[in-house]
Design a protein around this ligand. Structure first.
Ligand code: PLP
Length: 443
């Protein structure tokens, strides 16, 4: 029963709400956990129980919850101007200021911003931008894109098709995937077998080149890549992989689209990981989540001078959302960025992230832990039946949930995904909270 309302929130929810990504049988059995309050890395449920949220919402509560300053900025903007569309030739202060700030933070000549409502719509917009840009540049057939297995780029019609994870597509629905092609994930744990990491990298790059030849270099217009595949299982690519993939893109006039929905805004200790962590200059960066730390829904497709220049002329850019450049969401993002800068949270995330990696590595000794991987504040434990053969457990679809249920009973939230448990805590996590995560999972 909720203390605030005296209503049975869980019962109302169960009766009326269809949750995203719901497994009906387990939902009808257990219902939802009702969270009432958040502060920093902590959440409290409706019975007053506290949890350390090592999931960070959904890879997103970067500055932590419960910040009065954020609430004030949101309230002030809602009172002053709660809405103003940014179609055609109208704008508002927060949208213009945020676009300039993102141009300052993004690497290289990524000086232009198309605002969206979240990560999926940022990727969806980038997908349209690929064909639009290529056509403007006179390459009208370059409408095909290449992405990778184990990727997740969102849940719209187009983005669920650009991504490719087992079970993501409803079998009842006919997804049109013409012009979207997939190549192997850079999954060192599962795919490297008897090759060295360098050989594996060579093979991945060769596969990409072969796929371009197969589809036709005059047809491939874009390549989508998360710098570290997040929901696909925190897949950290082999050394040099992203740089080499970007070089192949340049050779064939293929736009490199970095999906930084998770890796942006500090998760790896940088504003954006493509350049600062992996040395790659993308043509487009898509971001969301940490852009507002989840305080407001917002995303952005940030793109290069080259794309902007090619777009100019007597033509329409016929794409955009009512809430693009939403003044309240942009005000929240600006305040969020100000807090990250003022509190030096990128530096903190890099330091505490290294400690997180180190502390979680003790889990490698556990009998089920086949792989403990990730980087800084993006980590994952993969459970297996046999560490040598990497065979999965008979109940592998449930093992992550069993582990997360046991952790939750002890006040820790870690995200279950089949046989994986994923962690992406707020950047403000402390060393002692990291110790709590490691100790809870270890025992
Ligand atoms: N891209 C990546 C890498 C993601 O992890 C997600 C969501 O988790 C998305 C895109 C989609 O973002 P949203 O759920 O905000 O639409």
């Amino acid at each position: 029963m909720s203390a605030d309302t005296n209503l049975d929130i869980a019962a109302l929810d169960k009766a009326h709400a269809l949750h995203p990504w719901t497994h009906f049988e387990s939902f009808s059995r257990d219902g939802a956990l009702v969270i009432e309050r958040g502060d920093g890395c902590s959440l409290w449920d409706s019975d007053g129980r506290e949890y350390l949220d090592a999931v960070g919402g959904l890879w997103c509560t970067n500055i932590g919850l419960g910040r009065r300053e954020m609430a004030d900025a949101i309230a002030a903007q809602a009172e002053k101007l709660a809405f103003c569309n940014t179609f055609v030739d109208m704008t508002n202060g927060p949208a213009a200021l945020l676009s300039a700030k993102l141009a300052e933070l993004a690497p290289g000549d990524l000086n232009h911003v198309h605002f969206t409502t979240g990560g999926s719509t940022a990727i969806d917009s980038a997908y349209r931008m690929v064909a639009y840009y290529q056509s403007c540049a006179g390459r009208t057939d370059k409408t095909h894109v290449i992405a990778r297995n184990s990727s997740y780029h969102g849940s719209t019609f187009a983005t669920i098709s650009i991504g490719k994870r087992a079970g993501d597509k409803m079998p009842e629905f006919d997804y049109k995937t013409d012009g979207i092609h997939h190549i192997s994930a850079p999954d060192c744990y599962r795919a490297i077998s008897d090759r060295s990491e360098a050989e594996f990298c060579d093979d991945l790059v060769a596969e990409f080149e072969a796929k371009i030849e197969e589809v036709g270099p005059d047809k491939v217009g874009g390549f989508f890549a998360e710098p570290i595949q997040a929901s696909g299982g925190v897949v950290v690519p082999p050394e040099g992989y992203l740089k080499r993939m970007a070089e192949v893109c340049r050779k064939h006039d293929i736009l490199f689209i970095a999906d930084e929905v998770v890796t942006g805004f500090g998760r790896l200790g940088h504003w954006f990981a493509s350049w600062d962590e992996f040395g790659v200059q993308p043509d487009i960066i898509c971001c969301a989540k940490g852009l507002s730390s989840g305080y407001q829904p917002i995303g952005a497709t940030i793109f290069s001078d080259q794309i902007w220049d090619a777009m100019q002329g007597d033509r329409w850019y016929a794409s955009g959302f009512t809430y693009a450049g939403h003044p309240v969401a942009c005000a929240a993002a600006l305040k969020n960025i100000e807090i990250i800068e003022r509190e030096n949270l990128l530096h903190h995330a890099a330091q505490v992230g290294r400690y997180f990696e180190e502390r979680l590595s003790v889990l490698e000794a556990l009998p089920l832990a086949g792989d403990v991987r990730g980087r800084k504040l993006m980590m994952c434990v993969e459970s297996v039946a046999d560490k040598v053969t990497k065979a999965l457990l008979p109940d592998h679809l449930d093992v992550g949930k069993r582990i997360s249920d046991a952790a939750e009973a002890r006040g820790l939230m870690v995200r279950p995904m089949g046989h994986l448990n994923v962690m992406s805590p707020p950047l403000v996590i402390t060393q002692s909270q990291v110790d709590f995560v490691a100790e809870t999972l270890e025992h």
